[in-house]
Design a protein around this ligand. Sequence first.
Ligand SMILES: *Cc1c(COP(=O)(O)O)cnc(C)c1O
Length: 397
Amino acid sequence: MLQSSDLEKILMTSQDTVLAPGPVNLHPEVRKILAEPMIHHRTPEFDKILKDTLKGLQFIFQTQEPVFMHTSTGSGGMESLLINPLSKGDEIIIINSGKFGERWVEMAKVYGAIIHEIKVPWGEAVTVSQVEQLIKKYPIKMVLTQACETSTAVLHPIKELGEFISQYPDILFLVDGITACGAVELPMDLWKIDGLVAGSQKALMLPTGLSFVSFSKKAWKKIENSDIPKFYFDIKKERKANEKGETWFSSAVPHIKALQFIIHHIQTIGYSQHLNKIKMRSELFLKWLPLLGFKVYAQSPSPSVSAFTVPDGVDSQKLRNHLEEKYRVTIMGGQDQAKGKIIRIGHMGYITKEDLLRTFAGLAYSLKELQKLKLNEIELLKIINDFEKEILPEMEF
Ligand SMILES: *Cc1c(COP(=O)(O)O)cnc(C)c1O
């Protein structure tokens, strides 16, 4: 049984921890790899690493198709996914259920696509029938969505959407899996996804700076005929370079070495165990935070990130700032219409038992210190103790 004094020790550490939906805590081995001396990217040593890592990405994406890397943030990967198969005047559907759906809209506008937007209320998931209605009305060429909309923590029904869209030989299903691919079940080939993007600083547990994309054979046909101007993100050039065992431009050597480690790490644990670890962490918070007065915000919560409406009278921005300043735990607040109203906790990355406990207990004590907790000290200690008992070794790292 934890006493107040034990808790104080855990809470008052000077170490920062990041349980945001990206960036995330780095594995100690990744930190070591990033500090190693530089090697050149045109060397036999690096060639081997690149080859192995590109193959490993196919395992992460669960695809037989090649996966490509861009030295860019996730948004660069989104752009690559969009513009490689797009042609001028294409009519496309965008599922806009939050900040990242909005980004698809802004991006597609720049490239002159004719956009049919499905505006999903924040916190809700899209339905197949919403997509079906638009497909029946317009000559649609692609459907764009997030798998997990990070701003609301909603997980969309990707399997069902993929199944439905795959009936149409001329429509591509393009998925932003930046907080899903590597953290949530999202088998590209099996679920008939035509284009998938992942990012380094979220589900792949690395620093910001790499994005990954892959396309189905159906998408490659459109890529061959695309008339949208592109240079840096030209995937045909990248493919040619990869076939020669190189990246088109200089490789981000330290990141790629660290990625190789992460993929091997996930393979060692087993993919389904890795995904389950993340799911168990999310279930822990979904179960226990309501006991402190939080409400689950997303209608279909993603295992990779959880969003909660804060208790009445609490400003979520103040709460997260307090947690960060006093307890050195970084979580996120809400954006736009959810600003001040929700908190978001990420379950990806290197997370220890102590991180989980410090986040939960830190939130409880922060509420108390903001005079928004309806529990007395004894009740509070009991809840924290009960929470601690449910942290299993399989949830760590
Ligand atoms: C973080 C994120 C992105 C891209 O963000 P960058 O800051 O460009 O790396 C895109 N989509 C989703 C769903 C995200 O969570």
